[in-house]
Design a protein around this ligand. Sequence first.
Ligand code: AMP
Ligand code: ZN
Ligand code: FE
Ligand code: FE
Length: 293
Amino acid sequence: MTKPIARIDLHTHSTRSDGRGSPEQVMREAAGAGLDVVALTDHDTTSGWAEAAATCAELGLEFVPGIEVTSRALIDRGDGSIEKFSVHMLAYYVDPLNADLVATLEASVGSRVQRLREIVERLAADYDLEWGHVEEVLAGGKTAGRPAVADAMINRGIIADRAEFFDFVKPGSKYYVPNRGVPTPEAAIRLIRGAGGVPIIAHPMARGRGPLPGQPMPTAHFESLIEAGLGGFEAFHRDVAPHVSEWLQKLAFEHDLVLTGSSDYHGTGKPNLLGENLTAPAMFERLKAQAGR
Ligand code: AMP
Ligand code: ZN
Ligand code: FE
Ligand code: FE
């Protein structure tokens, strides 16, 4: 009998950021879902790694240490306006003690808290909500993010689920405040390479943020990231449209980049299921080689 192909999922979240299961729980669920290799990629933190690695060792899973680093792109449109959008950069196998990395993550997390306070202030004008309610959700040192505000509003019976929250607290809405205290994608890429890790763009142009089918793709933006040392793209993710994924696959082939596929599991916080998208073993080997593993 031939050996079954390894099932590799390189993007999951735990209670150390906005997932709903502890690192141990997520790894146990990963084993239950038949995964062989699993990464924990909490937002802007490495605090779940030790617990997840210990559980994986016990269960015989291969653990991949990761972070989903929030960055913000500022693109000069050339007509006097600047386009701003957030880019999530997955960082695999970084040295968690690297001083530049630690300083950047600390600054990002601090700025996340400030930003969340501003969002809550705006929501408090219309809803029975205060910062203390969000602090309760964040207890235990979670990375602050909008899902914490959503959960505080769910706890108070104001909304039913996170999806409802994101329908009205999104860019363009009166409650939305961006996180300005984060690196640019290029700076994040250099930071991750400097810490010995591999930078992969999470869900590129997800949720309709990219061009429609037939429209030109933002080639210059991606070439600037490749120039900075980008390792590859998470081309297989439920929020990446098929025509965008195809374009990314071609670009990756031209530039010899790595392509990954993952679930972006958040427990009950999102419909995404462990193993719903997978990374090819050959791609995983290339990713590891870049990190010297
Ligand atoms: P933030 O870090 O504050 O920008 O919040 C972004 C996080 O919210 C990401 O981790 C997403 O997974 C999560 N998110 C975005 N949209 C939704 C949604 N519709 N339902 C649940 N979670 C979401
Ligand atoms: Zn998340
Ligand atoms: Fe993300
Ligand atoms: Fe994510």
